[in-house]
Design a protein around this ligand. Structure first.
Ligand code: DGY
Length: 330
């Protein structure tokens, strides 16, 4: 009888929910990161030289140079997270390394957070909280902290994938008119159900919407898609919400426009150079900022972990992982 195959070495770069770490430990020869400090470059190099499966997450730069130093045992990158913009998937595939991610299970929570930001910006929640925290409230007045009503306003959704669609359903219930820009229009029945208008031209949509929500993935094609030029097409009374990736917006251009009153406000969960937050952004009264919390619920994070385990297990059993990242999809 052949000796059983030794358990595969899986190296996980960050602390994961307890039940996920327990299951990983049962199934694999796993190295966890209980201290939850991001891996240094050296630690990442050491990991790709020893791991059969690397389980990184956003913030771990898995670039071509790192992959060039991977040992021949390295067969899979099982990302904890949907976005794979921190991974050079092309280099990985070129080296015969399979990449997987965890889409789908964080859709509702991220759409909920986008909706929360859509409420927060025009209703000036950040200013209200700050005022109370600083003990500056002197009482109700008829003209105090007046914001803008959501009902009847035009919401532009940039990227109508899973999260964009989940957001559209929520936003419709709040009385927002749905507009979207996406490579592929929605099937007619779905567009009709949402009352959604497809704009093949992003520029044309930007000029018309009252609130813009960024929900597309970050790829080379979407880097600074919202450039200084395109942001200037928006109405000065419009708001921007971003729960996708900071790099999609030219953050400096956005800050300049917010400072100049050329946009009414912004609510951002993601930033260009996380975890650095530009102090000029923090100083603005008309912004609502969160520390990249879109999928931060116990339910989503456990489901992401379970997906990651399923991907690893399926791959190590000789099959295609259900969430294999395909180059053509990027
Ligand atoms: C992802 O999965 O890419 C998200 O940004 C995490 O919230």
């Amino acid at each position: 009888m052949p000796a059983p195959r030794p358990k595969a070495r899986v190296i996980v770069t960050r602390k994961l929910p307890d039940q996920i770490e327990a299951r990983l430990s049962e199934l694999f020869d796993v190295e966890l990161n209980p201290e939850d400090k991001p891996f240094t470059r050296e630690q990442l190099h050491a990991a790709v030289q020893r791991a059969e499966v690397l389980a990184p997450t956003l913030g771990d730069p898995i670039d071509g140079a790192l992959l060039a130093s991977a040992g021949p045992q390295m067969r899979m990158i099982a990302n904890f997270g949907a976005g794979v913009d921190h991974i050079d998937v092309k280099s990985a595939v070129g080296r015969g390394i399979t990449v997987s991610n965890t889409p789908g299970v964080l859709t509702d929570d991220t759409a909920d957070l986008a909706m929360a930001l859509i409420l927060a910006a025009p209703r000036r929640l950040a200013e209200g909280v700050k005022l109370l925290q600083e003990g500056r409230w002197t009482g109700w007045t008829p003209t105090f902290l007046m914001g803008r009503q959501l009902k009847g306003k035009k919401l532009g959704i940039l990227g109508m994938g899973r999260i964009g669609q989940a957001l559209a359903h929520r936003a419709k219930a709040f009385g927002l008119e749905i507009h979207y820009h996406n490579r592929k229009p929605l099937p007619a029945a779905q567009a009709e159900e949402l009352g959604a208008t497809h704009w093949p031209s992003l520029d044309q949509m930007l000029a018309r919407v009252d609130i813009l929500s960024v929900n597309c993935p970050y790829t080379p094609a979407t880097y600074h898609l919202l450039s200084s030029r395109s942001l200037k097409l928006m109405k000065p009374e419009a708001y921007i919400v971003n729960t996708a990736r900071g790099e999609i917006i030219d953050e400096n251009a956005l800050i300049r426009m917010l400072e100049a009153g050329e946009l009414a406000g912004a609510a951002l969960d993601v930033f260009e150079d996380e975890p650095y937050i530009n102090p000029r952004l923090r100083a603005l009264p008309n912004v609502f900022l969160l520390p990249h919390m879109g999928s931060a619920t116990l339910e989503s994070r456990v489901a992401m972990g379970e997906k990651m385990i399923l991907n690893i297990h399926t791959f190590l059993s000789g099959h295609t992982p259900p969430d294999k990242v395909l180059l053509a999809s990027l």
